[in-house]
Design a protein around this ligand. Structure first.
Ligand SMILES: Nc1ncnc2c1ncn2[C@@H]1O[C@H](COP(=O)(O)OP(=O)(O)OP(=O)(O)O)[C@@H](O)[C@H]1O
Length: 588
């Protein structure tokens, strides 16, 4: 579908405003015919009567014509602009909705800055293509029809000359708009690179400072900013060249018409007033003719931007509810089964033939060297990824048949990388639930052992945590995210290395409380420390994407394999008084 028909569909819901804008354009152009006509009358009057008596009347008429035209120009812009803004608003909401439902793979391949550029500059370009773009197209049409018909009534010869010269302006604009378009696209993509850089620097400021990389970052930013500057300069260069060339063409047109028209006046075939009126009409056609090219340019920019927006909007998330087969399920019990599950990304086999059953209400512990696939395995349960082979069942139902909303509503997932919103602690804890009760917040914070820290905060749960929680310690952030997961009252709780930043005492306090809370629920705990999972009903040891050992703590110790060796190392580390949990797993 071409861009104009896409725009027509977008404009349709606001057709009333759009039609008012078009009618106003026509009215404004008709009103604009009166000014030159009144001037002609006044010139001819002065010339023939040699008196200024009627000039006051003509001046008043001129003012009246200008006021009427002004009113309709306002109405054209207001209603046209309103339609364009409404369309921009709709598209921005649509874009945001789409982004919300995209999967992780999508965000891996798109940079934030690029997405930001699309949500701002590109939507703005689409808006401008409607108004002043499309509205100006109607203005040109109305101006051309009304002015040329009056010009014809004054002098056919002069009109024919004008009709040949004036389109030159549009042609120059259209030819150069191709170059403008290319340069504009480059400006847009440079802007995207620059936004990405600023955004990454703002969120990664701690790392940059810790590695003393400020100078390098500044240099790198200056390079990207320079690229943006160069792109913008080359864009404005061609744009600035354009206008003088337009005025040259307009000047030539006036000279030719003055010459031919002058001769007609001398020959008595035309009055001075008529020639003036004619020249004024030519002047008033200058902008509508130029604007044809400008409008083509705006529409091309809008079309390019629409393509960029559609690249996102048309992309269906690969993880979504798939009819048919979707079951009407409103709640789950929590039994989880992995059946021959494998996950391959690119050519990397991340999980290999996982078979595992976690009964409802039980606890599964997962341990294994770093990169062995623990996080990937647990992220399959809320369908953050889908397995490439095999299936995952909850209560015996393939999770692809469970509505995503129901599935995720029943899962409390504490991810490895803690993310907090720059809001209050209370809002962060109740993020996943509509229940904002103080008692719920206190209870969740008590279970996650955050409450004692909050007592020290002057504003308690109303404390703003700063962007991504910068004002909290790593352990406090982790415990806030645990509280957030518990506050949802989930049937399945997944802690992905969520106890790594708390000391072993706090860890055991949290686990003790969780045990009571999670009595009727299923828990999956991914950890590097054996202490976090040793009381689990079942433990699996992952290595290179495979389950290499499975059983209870005592059984795994008896097996004397990978698990037992991790355990021995951690015992030694504990005796030595160092927390070597992570390296023990890795070194094993
Ligand atoms: N988003 C991703 N895209 C592609 N590959 C990924 C992605 N995330 C992880 N991997 C790969 O999958 C493998 C398993 O990663 P995973 O995060 O599950 O390991 P892990 O056992 O949780 O490690 P750790 O203990 O360090 O958290 C790794 O080799 C990693 O490179």
């Amino acid at each position: 579908m071409n861009y104009i028909s896409k725009l027509a569909r977008l404009i349709y819901p606001y057709k009333r405003f759009f039609i008012i804008s078009i009618i106003s354009t026509i009215a404004a152009n008709v009103a604009s015919l009166f000014g030159p006509y009144i001037i002609r009358l006044s010139i001819d009057y002065v010339q023939s009567s040699r008196s200024l008596r009627m000039i006051g009347v003509y001046a008043l008429l001129l003012l009246l014509a200008a006021a009427v035209e002004g009113y309709f120009r306002f109405s054209t812009r207001y209603f046209g602009g309103r339609v364009a803004r409404e369309i921009e608003y709709e598209l921005r909401n649509k874009l945001f909705r789409h982004l919300q439902f995209q999967d992780r793979q999508f965000f891996q391949s798109w940079h934030t800055g690029d997405l930001m550029a699309r949500a701002t500059n590109d939507l703005n370009a689409i808006q401008r293509s409607v108004s002043p773009g499309i509205t100006n197209l109607f203005n040109t049409l109305a101006a051309f029809v009304s002015v040329v018909s009056v010009m014809l009534s004054i002098s056919v010869v002069l009109t024919l000359y004008s009709v040949f010269i004036l389109p030159l302006m549009s042609i120059i604009f259209i030819v150069s708009s191709r170059v403008i378009e290319r340069r504009f696209e480059y400006v847009q993509s440079s802007f995207g690179d620059m936004s990405t850089k600023v955004q990454e620097n703002a969120s990664g400021v701690r790392v940059i400072k810790a590695y003393a990389q400020e100078d390098n970052e500044i240099k790198d930013f200056e390079r990207i900013n320079k690229q943006y500057l160069d792109a913008s300069v080359s864009f404005i260069k061609i744009q600035s060249l354009l206008w003088p060339s337009m005025y040259v063409v307009a000047g030539i047109a006036t000279v030719i018409l003055l010459f031919i028209g002058g001769r007609q006046v001398i020959q008595g075939r035309m009055s001075i007033g008529e020639l003036t009126q004619f020249l004024l009409y030519i002047g008033s056609l200058r902008w509508p003719m130029i604007s044809i090219g400008w409008v083509v340019n705006l529409i091309q920019q809008g079309a390019a931007s629409m393509n960029r927006i559609e690249q996102i909007i048309s992309k269906l998330p690969s993880i979504r509810d798939e009819e048919p087969g979707l079951r009407e399920i409103s709640s789950i019990e929590g039994e989880i089964e992995f059946r021959n599950v494998s996950l391959t990304i690119g050519s990397h086999k991340i999980l290999k033939n996982i078979n595992l059953k976690v009964p409802a209400g039980s606890t599964l512990g997962i341990i294994g060297p770093t990169g062995s696939g623990k996080s990937m395995l647990v992220s399959l349960v809320p369908r953050l990824w889908d397995p490439t082979e095999g299936q995952i069942l909850i209560d015996g139902i393939n999770i692809r048949q469970i509505p995503l909303k129901v599935l995720r509503k029943n899962i409390g997932f504490v991810t490895q990388d803690t993310f907090l919103f720059s809001d209050t602690l209370k809002e962060n804890i109740t993020f996943g639930t509509n229940n904002k009760d103080e008692s719920l917040v206190r209870w969740a914070a008590e279970v996650s052992q955050l409450s004692k820290d909050v007592e020290q905060f002057p504003k308690g749960y109303e404390t703003i945590v700063g962007e991504r929680g910068v004002t909290l310690s790593g352990g406090q952030k982790q415990r806030t995210t645990i509280a957030r997961a518990i506050a949802r009252d989930p049937k399945i709780l997944i802690l992905d290395d969520a106890l790594s930043s708390v000391d072993t005492n706090t860890e055991s306090e949290i686990l003790k409380r969780l045990k009571t809370v999670m009595q009727q629920r299923t828990s999956i705990i991914v950890a590097h420390r054996i202490s976090a999972i040793q009381n689990a009903d079942q433990i699996i040891v992952l290595s290179d994407g495979e389950i290499v050992e499975q059983g209870k703590h005592s059984e795994l110790l008896e097996l004397d394999g990978l698990y037992a060796s991790i355990y021995r190392r951690q015992l030694i580390a504990e005796e030595l008084g160092v927390d070597e949990a992570d390296s023990s797993v890795e070194n094993t």
